[in-house]
Every structure is written in structure tokens, then in C-alpha cells.
Design a protein. Structure first.
Length: 277
């Protein structure tokens, strides 16, 4: 899988785009009404239990507006915090803090939300089963969202379509499953191959072919157990399809190696933070 790189340049360019979105074309016309340079020290507080993530993005938002702002991190990315926890201290002019505030909190809330939801799945799945994200991400935010999944203890699936072969039901609908797998094996050139099946019959039809992972899609717990038993000595096993916090523990109990969960990126609720004097 392509490596996720959160370099200083990446963080800076990403935050710049967000600030431009908020300030174009005339800046913060409300904060411009403040005509003094009063310096404040504000506390960044978590309003709920969470896994914190995105502090470097939040810090960059303030610094790009005013390089003299002091952003003192009190909890590192990946830290577990309780309601009321102090996450960071921010010192600077009220005017400039107000300009950057919403962009900073948006990054923090979104990244922390994904990390927190991921962590809930990870805890329920247990130590023997990995929780993976998917490509169901907001366009242009995939790097950030997959970073958030890692903070929550999850594992990144393929980053894009060129990372590995993933033969799914829509591919199979337009061709024969076995022939597609054989073609992928011939052309793999070091790439991993994952094959999705939604019936035990499909699984049995490709047993023995040399690919890496079998993805058991939308199967009952009973069929998952059967599928894992058949495939575990030959392939890594993965489950997917309508995985929720209510079902993930039972799915993990089948002995599956990993579970892919789209909702940890596309439906994670934001975490609430506040700035307090």
C-alpha cells in the first residue's frame, strides 16, 4: 500500500487550502472590527471522551494566520482524553485567534472523530483481528482520514486503485471469477491480490489459486465461520459488509484476520472541542 506521509509541507499546504476557503475573497470581515492587539491565553478543551488527532493541523492554522501565536500541545495525537481534558494552550491576539479558530477546530474535530470511532471497533474486535478502513473517504482528504484510522488503532487498506488487485462483485458480474483471478496472478508484478466472494460456492471455486486474501462479503456469522475454516490455511481472511459496533464482536469471533469498515471514515461523528478563557 502507498505510504501515508504527513510531512510539514503536506500539513501546511492542506491547511492553506482550508484557510483560503474560509477567507476568500475579503478575509474575516467580522474580526476586522476588532481594532486592538489584546493578547489572550485560551484553553483548548475536549467536550467528550475521545482519541485526539489533528493537533499539528490545528497548530498550523493558527501559525499561518499569525506566526507569533503560541500553540502549546498538552495531549499528543493518539492520546485518549476524558471530557474536560486540556488538549492545548493558545496564546495570541484575540483577533488572529478568532480568524483561525474554526479551521483549526474543524481539522481537530474530524480527525479525532475518525480516530475515536475506529478505536471503538478495535476494542470490540480484540487483539487477534485487525480493523481496516476502505476507500470510502471524502475526496482529497484520504491521506488525513487514513492517518486518523491509524491513530485509533486501525489498519489502512489499499490507498488507491493501483496498490493491489481487489476483484469484487462488479468485476465478476462482467466476467468469470476464476479467469479474473488467474489473469491477476499472471500480471501481479509484486502486487497483492484480494478476491471478494459472497458465497461458500464461490470460495470453493477458487481454492488453491495463488492469491493473498479472500474477502468474505456480507456473509452470516455461520457462513463466515465456515469460510474461515476452509480458507485460513491458504489465505489471509477478511470480512466486510454492514459491519457495525453491534455486529463486529461476533464477526471477529469467527477467527477472521481482518474486518473492513467503511463507516469509520465516511460516517464518523465529529468530536466537540471548545476554546475557553
Amino acid at each position: 500500500m502507498s505510504k501515508i506521509k504527513l510531512s510539514k509541507d503536506f500539513i501546511k499546504s492542506t491547511v492553506k487550502l482550508a484557510l483560503n476557503e474560509d477567507l476568500y475573497p475579503s478575509g474575516d470581515i467580522t474580526s476586522s472590527l476588532i481594532n486592538n492587539d489584546k493578547v489572550l491565553t485560551l484553553k483548548l478543551i475536549s467536550n467528550q471522551e475521545a482519541i485526539v488527532g489533528g493537533l499539528l493541523f490545528a497548530k498550523e492554522a493558527f501559525l499561518l494566520i499569525d506566526s507569533k501565536i503560541k500553540f502549546i500541545i498538552k495531549k499528543k495525537d493518539g492520546s485518549s482524553v476524558k471530557k474536560g481534558s486540556l488538549v492545548a494552550l493558545i496564546k495570541g491576539t484575540a483577533k488572529n485567534i478568532l480568524i483561525a479558530e474554526r479551521v483549526a477546530l474543524n481539522f481537530l474535530s474530524h480527525i479525532s472523530g475518525i480516530a475515536t470511532k475506529t478505536n471503538k471497533f478495535v476494542k470490540l474486535a480484540g487483539k487477534k483481528t485487525k480493523i481496516c478502513c476502505t476507500r470510502k473517504t471524502i475526496p482529497n482528504l484520504r491521506v488525513i482520514q487514513k492517518y486518523a484510522v491509524k491513530l485509533g488503532g486501525g489498519t489502512n487498506h489499499r490507498f488507491n486503485l493501483s496498490d493491489e488487485y481487489l476483484i469484487k462483485d462488479n468485476h465478476i458480474a462482467s466476467s468469470d471469477l476464476k479467469s479474473l483471478v488467474i489473469k491477476a496472478i499472471k500480471n501481479k508484478k509484486g502486487k497483492k491480490i484480494t478476491v471478494e466472494v459472497d458465497t461458500i460456492k464461490q470460495l470453493k471455486s477458487i481454492l488453491g489459486l495463488k492469491f493473498n486474501t479472500v474477502l468474505l462479503d456480507n456473509m452470516s456469522v455461520k457462513n463466515l465461520k465456515h469460510g474461515v475454516k476452509i480458507a485460513k490455511k491458504l489465505y489471509e481472511t477478511e470480512a466486510s459488509g454492514n459491519v457495525t459496533l453491534k455486529t463486529v464482536k461476533a464477526i471477529a469471533s469467527t477467527g477472521i484476520n481482518r474486518i473492513s469498515v467503511g463507516s469509520i471514515t465516511h460516517s464518523a461523528p465529529a468530536i466537540d472541542f471548545k476554546l475557553e478563557i
